[in-house]
Design a protein around this ligand. Sequence first.
Ligand SMILES: [Zn+2]
Length: 411
Amino acid sequence: MSFSFDIKHAESGSLARVGTINTPHGPIQTPAFIPVGTKATVKSVLPESMKDLGAQALLSNAYHLYLQPGSDVLDEAGGLATFMNWPGPTFTDSGGFQVLSLGVGFKKVLAMDAQTFRRDDVIAGNKDRLAHVDDEGVTFKSHLDGSMHRFTPEISMQVQHQIGADIMFAFDECTTLHNTRPYQELAMERTYAWAIRCLDEHKRLTQERVGKPYQALFGVIQGAQYEDLRKKAATDLGSMESNGQSFDGFGIGGALDKGQLGTIVSWVNQILPENKPRHLLGIGAPEDLFVGVENGCDTFDCVLASRIARTSAVYTMEGRFNLSNSRFKRDFTPIDPECDCYTCTHYTRAYMHHVFRGKEILSATLATIHNERFIVRLVDQMRQALVDGNFADLKADFLGRYTHRSGQSRD
Ligand SMILES: [Zn+2]
């Protein structure tokens, strides 16, 4: 088995730590931001560029790859990393979030809107929804062609083993902040039962697929905003073992109220086993990354950096702004003078404004390279600051300048 996690430095007085996740496709120095390439591509950017901007690993989506081109195609290709010409570690999200987000119909951004989603039947029971959950799994309609499919914990594991990522997530039921308390309890019970089934199927597949690199399996902690539910989930999954198989790490999932992010994450991370890595799912706004790191999360993913880049929105040390704004027409400075990315070292805001206004394809490529570099580098700086003992200074300095608040988003 070539998966391990070494902690090199643990911060005294907080849950933060610095470490290395070792995978069959190479190491990941943590804390780390993992860019999202939902369908085995970071939209508009070459893998070489992702490597150059400092990405250590990429996260793709089992649900999307199952539907197209089919997980069996990736298996034949030699796995996700080989298929997409990415020379490093990969993650796959289990499909639970995507199947359920289609079922619920809520926006992909997990920032909850209290006016829109109040009832449990947004998750189950409405025949017009694209997905229906039962105790065994989820039946859903493809968003591509309307064909019917079914995901169970076993099928999610089979799909993720075929895709072949180094780190996989257990199939869970993702709820919204506006489900009722009884529904949250029911969803937690399902996620618990599904976690055991994932462990069993993962063990069976690992033994069956001899000669393949070991794929690590992370359990997903749900429980919405409820302290007792989050702690119970962390206790149950943290110590869960079935037929000698336990989780290799953990994901913290579900809708997270931004104002409570640090509190919720600390409830969970105080309980989860210290010696296993923790991934905060769908979180990538700069201010949230500080909260996640100081509360003990090791890796993060979020589709926002690339998604907003394609709409001309960019992160900078002075906050977030839109390059298509006419005030940049004659601005011959880089997007962010402090950024060392390819875009900032070769192009001006005026050029970026021009390619966005002209709807040139290059606009997406250049803006995505900048945003991904900005977030990857920010978390790299946090890692270095933990080693140097000045994390609090970095946080105060950064947040003193950066004020824009943006949401959580999975894809
Ligand atoms: Zn840049």
